[in-house]
Design a protein around this ligand. Structure first.
Ligand code: ADP
Ligand code: MG
Length: 249
């Protein structure tokens, strides 16, 4: 058969709504992310970016609409959400490393606890991931002895230890001192170059412009505008987007 079929969406979001009590935070979001695509989500504080990201792996209960990951509808009670989550790595603003464990133990924990790998395999994988983020020499250090940028690189390695095929980042560099932002962004860029499917909420407009295949601008719980970075940043169509960009660029 020579019929070309479009690659199925890795993540498909249909009319997603999320309320906290009477506060409707997401007011009907539809978006899709293709395999290997890097999508950056930008927008003012409080616009619902984190809530949107957290709905993708159902860290938040979804009020209405559908989120499908690799063809599995996470809103379907018959779908095993833990199985879906194993394919999705998530990195937060605050690194949430376990302070009483060494760096390498932090990275080994999930693969060992989920019985995905033996201790020996998990250690070898963790070490390889530490090399990849440039921190092999910190394997036996405690998180407290690391800089913020190093902690975040460990958090990324930890997320990668489960071999996810989707990575979600929620303002992964916002808590870092400026001189440490670059080293973390570089790790994310490397992942993008390797073809990882990623959704990144970010305040780093220069980074979004450079690394994103597509940018979503969120405001007041809706996607107000979306497009290729050169279009969205270079020639925004909506007044709301123009106002936001004029404040942050
Ligand atoms: P952003 O990440 O764009 O800054 P958020 O998704 O964090 O926005 O928040 C959007 C809105 O949802 C805010 O008004 C916030 O107060 C509200 N919100 C977020 N999480 C909760 C929660 N767990 N309970 C109640 N309200 C929440
Ligand atoms: Mg947020």
């Amino acid at each position: 058969m020579s019929t070309a079929t479009a690659a199925p969406a890795k993540i498909e979001v249909r009319d997603l709504k999320k309320s906290f009590g009477h506060n409707e935070v997401l007011k009907g979001i539809s978006a899709s992310v293709a395999e290997g695509e890097v999508v950056c989500v930008i927008g003012p504080s409080g616009s619902g970016k984190s809530t949107f990201l957290r709905c993708l792996n159902k860290l938040e209960d979804i009020t209405a609409g559908h989120v499908t990951v690799d063809g599995f509808d996470v809103t379907d009670p018959k779908v095993n959400i833990n199985e879906v989550r194993r394919h999705i790595g998530m990195v937060f603003q605050h690194f949430n490393l376990f302070p009483h464990m060494s760096v390498i133990e932090n990275i080994m924990l999930a693969p060992v606890e989920s019985k995905k790998a033996s201790q020996t395999e998990a250690r070898a994988t963790a070490y390889r991931l530490l090399e990849r983020v440039g921190l092999a020499e910190k394997a036996d250090a405690r998180p407290a002895s690391l800089s913020g940028g190093q902690k975040q690189r460990v958090a990324i390695a930890r997320a990668l230890a489960m071999s996810p095929d989707i990575m979600l980042f929620d303002e992964a560099t916002s808590a870092l001192d400026p001189e440490m932002v670059g080293e973390v962004l570089q790790v994310i860029k490397d992942l993008a170059a390797e073809g990882m499917t990623m959704v990144l909420v970010t305040h780093e407009m220069g980074f979004a412009r450079e690394v994103a295949d597509r940018v979503l601008f969120m405001a007041d719980g809706v996607i107000c505008e979306e497009g290729k970075p050169e279009d969205l940043f270079g020639n925004p169509q909506q007044q709301r987007t123009q106002e936001f960009l004029s404040k942050v660029l």
